[in-house]
Write a protein that binds this ligand. Sequence first.
Ligand code: ZN
Length: 110
Amino acid sequence: MQLKLAIEGVVPSTTGYSIVVTCNKCAGLHEMGILITMEDGPAAKQSIGKLYDGKTLPKSLENLTNTSISCPKTGRQSTQKNHHQIFLVPTTNDSPKRHPKSRPATSIKF
Ligand SMILES: [Zn+2]
């Protein structure tokens, strides 16, 4: 299934996901401002702990547990180490409410 010669932009089967984590400070959900694309990813919001249950996380997802998030409610930084509290949320590109250029998004490719 892994085709190394796949040309970016030609195959529309990848889904974009926004990374959302449970906040240690306020117990709310916050977007990390990180966008990833994944082939054969979940159709709905799912934690990476469940998605990779019993499997090894890709390095780029493992790194999320070392990435600090800033809580908009408390203004404090925290990191989420629990894979079951880190979620992939499918994004739709046709939403007019989003302004991609206004967000500090980092793109990670698998
Ligand atoms: Zn928070």
